[in-house]
Ligand binder design. Structure first.
Ligand SMILES: Cc1cc2nc3c(=O)[nH]c(=O)nc-3n(C[C@H](O)[C@H](O)[C@H](O)COP(=O)(O)OP(=O)(O)OC[C@H]3O[C@@H](n4cnc5c(N)ncnc54)[C@H](O)[C@@H]3O)c2cc1C
Length: 354
């Protein structure tokens, strides 16, 4: 069986981002790479959005960028603007196509469906696939989004609505998210922060239908695209294995308080590509102990006081746009952290620390 220098398990966002980073940095000229991916075909399955706090490789896959965003509860509304760090959405189909066509030109890169088809004994492995059963009792961000198209121009396509808490929370945390790609096209998502055991929260079709009709006042539309997912808001437990480096969500690249993962994956891929020849000896890449600690406290508050979360999120956005964006994108300094912390209700956060 054929041997490879590198193996990437899972050719999704992290696997392909890493392969692309290796390819464009000429790390696959004299090394071979096998990508193990089970899917039959690559099509649009996700919309990845984030604040562009640093340059990435996928500007040509961006559907739209925005400089304005809002958050609202039933009691208030808050709008922020930022020209330095636009909010961007990436079309996964364009992303997959761009990377796969680039990799297709390199004879040192091969795709397989199963790792048993190759000899992996001496390879350095990058793994993006979760092991074992999923734990439904833990905290997840679960959601469904639909891209709708309306016959008339309805949306303000200059403003993203990040969180609209003006909806039934059912003793958990629930909001809607609207990304207006144009004046008559938007991705609208119903999002829950809860465990995955309560089926009552999962009638997503109905939630979207009611929100679009009653909150957005849209009577007529067609659905162009649907995406659905559940992002674990806890770190996966992995046994440390020799010559295996976990990447992507499975490698702890999700920011637990928000679910944002895409840009962290890009940063991790750049780090691996830069250090590939000594990757097992360099410092382990993570999102930063500070954010791990702060997010742990935040999620404890979320689990204990779900009813307070709309107000907590709302107040968090009362800082400057630079502060909130940098904090949520793991790029804040200590002064910016303190500004965010000062907006939090002290007593319940102190209780969560005990
Ligand atoms: C619908 C959706 C929308 C999201 N939106 C955002 C967003 O807006 N912003 C953001 O920052 N994050 C977002 N995320 C979170 C995160 O960015 C994505 O989940 C991202 O795809 C994670 O990359 P990954 O490589 O870890 O996992 P994936 O992209 O899921 O890649 C894993 C790959 O492994 C393959 N696979 C599975 N089992 C096996 C196996 N046994 N052997 C080989 N291959 C296997 C899968 O087919 C898949 O291609 C979203 C997640 C989802 C599900």
């Amino acid at each position: 069986m054929k041997e490879f220098d590198y193996i990437i398990i899972g050719g999704g966002c992290a696997g392909l981002s890493l392969a692309y980073e290796l390819e464009v940095n000429d790390k696959l000229k004299e090394k071979s790479l096998a990508i193990i991916e089970t899917r039959e075909e690559y099509k649009r399955d996700k919309t990845w959005s984030f604040w562009r706090v640093f340059n990435h490789n996928f500007d040509d896959c961006v559907i739209k960028s925005w400089n304005n965003f809002t958050i609202n509860t039933s009691e208030g509304f808050h709008e922020l603007s930022n020209k330095s760090f636009p909010y961007q959405s990436i079309n996964s189909e364009k992303f997959y196509k761009k990377i796969n066509s680039k990799l297709g030109l390199n004879p040192n890169v091969s795709f397989f469906k199963n790792i048993n088809e190759i000899n992996s004994k001496n390879s350095l492995i990058f793994n993006s696939v979760f092991e074992g059963e999923i734990d439904k009792s833990k905290l997840w961000q679960h959601f469904q989004g639909i891209e709708i198209e309306t016959p008339k121009n309805i949306f303000d396509d200059e403003i993203v609505n990040l969180m609209d808490f003006n909806c039934d929370q059912k003793n958990d945390v629930h909001f809607f998210y609207t990304l207006p790609f144009s004046k008559n096209k938007a991705l609208i998502e119903t999002t829950w922060l809860s465990n995955l055991e309560d089926q009552n929260l999962m009638d997503y079709d109905l939630q979207l239908e009611n929100y679009i009709k009653n909150n957005l006042g849209i009577k007529s539309y067609k659905i162009n695209f649907m995406e659905k997912g559940a992002i674990p808001l806890f770190y996966p437990s992995f046994k440390n294995k020799n010559k295996v480096i976990n990447i992507g969500s499975a490698g702890g690249m999700t920011r637990l308080s928000t679910g944002y993962t895409f840009l962290n994956i890009q940063e991790h891929s750049k780090y691996i590509a830069k250090n590939i020849d000594k990757i097992e000896r360099v410092k382990f890449f993570n999102l930063g102990k500070k954010y791990q600690f702060l997010d742990k406290v935040f999620l404890k508050v979320l689990e204990n006081y779900p009813e307070k979360m709309p107000m907590i999120f709302f107040n968090m956005f009362k800082t400057s746009s630079n502060t909130i964006i940098k904090f949520l994108s793991n790029k804040s300094n200590i002064f910016e952290d303190l500004k965010i912390i000062s907006k939090m209700p002290k007593l319940i956060f102190i209780k969560a620390l005990l």
